[in-house]
Design a protein around this ligand. Structure first.
Ligand SMILES: [Zn+2]
Length: 188
């Protein structure tokens, strides 16, 4: 479907596509994307069509799990604790379907963006060290832990070794969802 671009307001410049797929052991998902040929705006999203409980997925990243499929919903927090890396959902967070290697390369891109912004010696040194570790991980030469926490339970890792826990109320409280939450007012 061709629509007007929500970003540059280009007339019929944005191509919108949606696709439903059924992923075994996971369920129906809706993948949608929007690409504008005028301004280059791109938006991808993965929406799970089934209601799920809050979930915490834990997987050891190594050469056996590097190709395992990952569904990361818009509301999920992704962490590699050994490297001190965490990506939390924000209003512009996107869902995606990828594999473990793809998750690592997304982290690599985030660190590279930070390197371009923070030019001081300390940041450069730390950033480059993390990129080196991420590359070793991507090559299956070292191990680390991948944690995906999703308050809406829509994320999944398709690997026989994945550990699935229900998020505790305490863990849930500390997770960002990517949605603006207006807390119960304490104003009297
Ligand atoms: Zn546009």
């Amino acid at each position: 479907m061709v629509i007007d671009c929500p970003v540059c307001n280009g007339k019929k410049t944005a191509e919108s596509t949606t696709k439903t797929s059924n992923i075994p052991h996971f369920g129906e998902i809706l993948e949608s994307s929007l690409i504008c040929s005028a301004c280059g705006y791109k938006h991808n999203d993965v929406i799970c069509l089934e209601q799920k409980d809050p979930i915490k997925l834990t997987l050891t990243i190594n050469k056996d799990t590097i190709s395992s499929r990952v569904v990361k919903s818009q509301s999920a927090t992704v962490t590699i604790p050994e490297l001190g890396l965490k990506v939390e959902p924000g209003p512009k967070s996107l869902g995606y379907v990828s594999n473990v290697e793809g998750v690592i390369s997304r982290f690599e891109n985030v660190v590279k963006q930070a390197l371009a912004i923070f030019e001081d010696e300390e940041s450069q040194k730390n950033g480059l060290a993390i990129i080196e570790k991420l590359e070793l991980l991507a090559n299956g030469e070292t191990e680390a832990t991948l944690i995906i926490e999703d308050p809406f339970g829509q994320s999944n890792i398709m690997d026989i070794n994945v550990k699935k826990d229900t998020l505790t109320d305490e863990e849930l409280k500390h997770l960002k969802t990517g949605f603006t939450i207006i807390e119960e007012s304490s104003l009297e």
